[in-house]
Write a protein that binds this ligand. Structure first.
Ligand code: AG3
Length: 274
């Protein structure tokens, strides 16, 4: 019997991936967690019915989440990752030689445990001696840390369910306060073509807190029809400029891709009013 996983992108559009086997399924305190084995994407992490990451294409998303802000910062030493319990963003952050410590704050300890078992190529990063794992609510955690970080990466799920607070104005304001002088944040910010309202709302909220706000994009095959956006908020430095290049063992990020990812078509500039 053939098994297909269906993910609804909008009320009128869905994508399907063939499932070889369900490796894991549980309901944690916060969400439904599943790991599927698929021929197309390898192992696939699904939270509340939405694909979060796959072995085959995770490098694109995680490299852009980490290397854009870290390369735009002249001397990134202390980094905070909010969410991202799979460890993919942390793995990329650790590639920067200047990084001294990475704090991860993940709400759901079961995500960390499940990824440790089924997605070791991502989660091995959490064993590094520079990493401190905190099981906590990101909103609460960030409020209590002022002036500590060079870069904050918000690797959240969609703004429904447990991560809704990570898209709020008070949260971005706490992030601004948690940053040092030249600091910047990057948040995953949803698909521009299919969720323009959401993308604009995130952009506007970030720009009401940060003097410099820029949208950049990457093609992540497993996410809603490939096109994914990220929003960078900075205290002053332009996030589109490379100041301390990432290590060369990257497969999607490069100085050229960094610059190119900030180039937006007119319909998106209109959407954002930039
Ligand atoms: N975080 C963002 C995934 C968003 C996916 N949403 C969607 N396809 N509608 C993923 C966590 C990876 N570290």
């Amino acid at each position: 019997m053939e098994m297909w996983f269906t993910e609804k992108h909008t009320d009128y559009l869905a994508a399907q991936v063939k499932v070889r086997r369900t490796l894991h399924r549980e309901k944690s305190r916060y969400q439904d967690i599943a790991v599927l084995d698929t021929d197309e994407f390898g192992r696939t992490l699904v939270l509340d019915g939405i694909i979060q990451t796959t072995e085959k294409d995770e490098f694109i998303y995680h490299e852009m989440m980490a290397h854009v802000p870290l390369s735009a910062h002249p001397d990134p030493r202390r980094v905070l990752v909010v969410g991202g319990g799979d460890g993919g963003s942390v793995r990329e952050v650790l590639k920067h030689p200047t990084v001294e410590s990475v704090d991860l704050v993940e709400l759901d300890e079961r995500v960390i445990a499940v990824c440790r078992e089924f997605l070791p190529s991502l989660s091995h990063s959490l064993q590094d001696s520079r990493v401190r794992v905190n099981i906590d609510d990101g909103v609460r955690y960030v409020k209590e840390h002022e002036g500590e970080y060079d870069v904050i990466i918000i690797d959240s799920t969609d703004p429904i369910g447990p991560s809704i607070g990570l898209f709020s104005l008070p949260f971005y304001s706490s992030c601004e306060r948690a940053l040092k002088d030249q600091g910047m944040i990057v948040a995953q910010s949803e698909p521009p073509f299919f969720q323009p309202g959401l993308v604009r709302e995130i952009f506007n909220t970030v720009s009401s807190v940060f003097p410099v706000t820029r949208l950049f994009r990457a093609t992540v095959p497993v996410y809603s029809c490939w096109d994914w956006s990220f929003t960078a908020g900075s205290k002053g430095l332009d996030p589109s400029q490379v100041r301390s290049p990432a290590p060369w063992n990257t497969r999607y990020w490069s100085p050229e891709m960094h610059a190119a990812s900030f180039v937006l078509p007119p319909f998106l500039k209109d959407l954002l009013g930039t």
